[in-house]
Write a protein that binds this ligand. Structure first.
Ligand code: GLP
Length: 236
């Protein structure tokens, strides 16, 4: 594991974007695993700038996102599909049809999970997976549990996650109770993993996840077993 501590969010975002852009420059047809939440916003902003400056071309890139709320259509303001379209996809030249987000409105969510895993396999796996981390140690929406789940699956969100994500909705009651998330197999099989975390509030969980025991109670801790993991942390 490479653990990089930086002085602020701007630097974290520039370094993370640099790593992703380097991946695409070296392998233009990369499969990028992408994440939502507030943490990657600065990274995406820097990727857009790199694209606008002509430093990187995303035209051959394919992407798979980690997760989606169950019950939100792709055009819902708080859906992760909408987040990705607004904050990245519509601002770079990745072909929209090569961007994938699990369908939270699928009638059969279990089948959607299996199809999503088959899709990742058919793309040849993920070259680089970007991750944030939840305050309870979740990655994607893999919440603390007594076991790790391998495939893409439906999860019930923890109360603390609902509370943390309520800031994006009008009220806490509007936050969906369920989500569909890539499981640990999809994440761990990525060739490279890049996790970004910022803010003093994340310090404790980052320490637990990367310097504590590997346990499904802290889902991100499984990443300690990944052969090519980079963590970038900024406390400001
Ligand atoms: C959500 C997402 C995660 C993300 C987490 C942290 O629950 N499903 O992928 O890592 O929030 O979000 P933030 O970066 O806003 O702290």
């Amino acid at each position: 594991m490479k653990f990089i501590e930086v002085e602020n969010y701007e630097k974290l975002s520039r370094i993370a974007s640099g790593i992703i852009c380097a991946q695409v420059i070296v392998k233009p047809c990369s499969v990028l695993g992408l994440a939502t939440g507030s943490s990657p916003l600065g990274t995406y902003k820097n990727m857009i700038e790199a694209y606008e400056n002509g430093d990187v071309d995303f035209s051959k890139v394919k992407s798979v996102n980690l997760d989606e709320y169950v019950g939100l259509t792709g055009d819902h303001e708080q859906s992760y599909r909408r987040f990705m379209n607004d904050n990245l996809f519509s601002k770079i030249n990745i072909p929209m049809e090569e961007t994938h987000v699990p369908n939270g409105c699928a009638t059969d969510i279990e089948k959607e999970g299996k199809d999503y895993d088959a899709l990742i396999k058919s793309l040849g796996g993920i070259d680089l997976q970007l991750l944030g981390i939840g305050l309870d140690g979740h990655i994607g929406f893999n919440e603390p549990d007594s076991f790790f789940t391998a495939g893409t699956h439906k999860v019930e969100l923890d109360e603390s996650t609902i509370e943390a994500n309520a800031r994006f909705f009008q009220s806490k009651d509007e936050v969906p109770r369920f989500a569909i998330t890539m499981g640990m197999e999809g994440i761990m099989q990525a060739k490279k993993v890049l996790l970004i975390a910022n803010g003093a509030a994340k310090k404790e969980i980052v320490e637990k996840a990367f310097y504590g025991p590997i346990t499904p109670e802290v889902p991100a801790s499984i990443l300690q077993l990944h052969p090519d993991l980079t963590v970038i942390y900024s406390k400001n």
